[in-house]
Design a protein around this ligand. Structure first.
Ligand SMILES: [Zn+2]
Length: 266
C-alpha cells in the first residue's frame, strides 16, 4: 500500500503540477523502501530527462536499478529539414543513451515506433508488457494519459498514448497470464508492478526533492543537443518549473522538485 503522510492545501505556482486541495501528498522516501528495480517508459528521447532525470539520479544513488524503455526514436523532432529522418532517429538514440549515462542508467531499450503517430494499440501494449515481464520492476514511471490544460506540451498525443499503453501493461496485461499469450511462449511469466508513477499529471501527489542532483539533470538534458541547442535557457526554465513543483509539494523555499501522480498498482 502507498502511505499518505498528510494533506497539503497548496495549489502551486504558475506552471506547477501541484495537487488539488483534497489530494494527499505522499512521502517519496516511504515509497522507496523495498524498491529494487524501476522501469521508465516514455514516448520520446528527452521525455524522461525533462520529467524525471533528477529523481532517477537520486534513485540510482540509493542503489536502485533503473532502466529506460523509449517507444519512438524521436525522428519527428527538430526543425532542420535537411536532416534525413533516419539520421535524426540514430542521433536521438545516441543522445538518449548519453543522457541516461549522466544519471547512472546504462540500460536503454528502444521499441522503434513512429514518432508523431503513436497510438495505444494492442501491439504497443504487448511490446511494453514484454519489457515489464523481462525487467520485473517494482515501480513503473510513465507519462500521464490525461490532458493537462496547464501544460500543453506535456500532453503531446504521443505522451498520452505511451502513458495509456503503459498503464494497460501494468494493469492488467503484465500480471495476466492470458494477456498476450505469445509472451508466455517466449518464457515470460506474469509480473505484478506495485507502484505506478505518472509524469506531467495535473493532480500530482508526490514531489521528489532534486535540488542536490540538479547538476546531473542539467547534464542529462544538455545531452539532447538536437533538441535543446546549447541549453542556455535550461537553468532558468528548470528553476521556474521545479521551484513551482517544490512549492506545490510544501518543500522549503529554494528547493527544486519533480512532480508525479503516484498510484498504488499492487
Ligand atoms: Zn516528448
Amino acid at each position: 500500500m502507498l502511505g499518505a503522510t498528510g494533506a497539503t492545501g497548496a495549489t502551486g505556482a504558475t506552471g506547477a503540477t501541484g495537487p488539488s486541495p483534497t489530494t494527499a501528498t505522499i512521502d517519496p522516501g516511504v515509497l522507496d523502501v523495498g524498491v529494487e528495480r524501476i522501469l521508465v517508459v516514455t514516448a520520446h528521447p528527452d521525455d524522461v530527462d525533462f520529467g524525471a532525470a533528477g529523481s532517477v539520479a537520486s534513485w540510482v544513488k540509493q542503489g536502485i536499478a533503473v532502466m529506460y524503455c523509449v517507444v519512438t526514436d524521436g525522428d519527428a523532432g527538430g526543425s532542420d529539414r535537411s536532416v534525413a529522418r533516419p539520421d535524426m532517429a540514430r542521433l536521438r538514440r545516441s543522445e538518449q543513451r548519453a543522457a541516461a549515462a549522466e544519471v547512472g542508467v546504462d540500460d536503454v531499450v528502444f521499441l522503434g515506433y513512429g514518432d508523431g503517430r503513436l497510438l495505444a494499440s494492442i501491439e504497443l501494449r504487448r511490446d511494453i508488457t514484454r519489457v515489464v515481464r523481462q525487467v520485473q520492476p517494482d515501480r513503473v514511471v510513465t507519462q500521464s494519459p490525461e490532458r493537462n490544460w496547464e501544460r500543453m506540451a506535456a500532453s503531446h498525443p504521443d505522451h498520452r498514448a505511451a502513458g495509456e499503453a503503459t498503464i494497460c501493461a501494468v494493469y492488467p496485461d503484465a500480471r495476466n497470464p492470458f494477456a498476450h499469450p505469445e509472451l508466455l511462449d517466449e518464457g515470460l511469466e506474469p509480473h505484478t508492478v506495485r507502484q505506478l508513477w505518472l509524469m506531467g499529471a495535473a493532480d500530482s501527489n508526490c514531489f521528489v526533492d532534486c535540488t542536490d542532483v540538479m547538476d546531473r539533470k542539467l547534464a542529462a538534458l544538455r545531452a539532447h543537443a538536437s533538441q535543446v541547442g546549447d541549453g542556455a535557457n535550461l537553468h532558468e526554465l528548470l528553476q521556474r518549473w521545479m521551484g513551482g513543483n517544490a512549492s506545490a509539494g510544501g518543500l522549503a523555499p529554494g528547493r527544486l522538485a519533480e512532480a508525479f501522480r503516484v498510484v498504488d498498482a499492487g
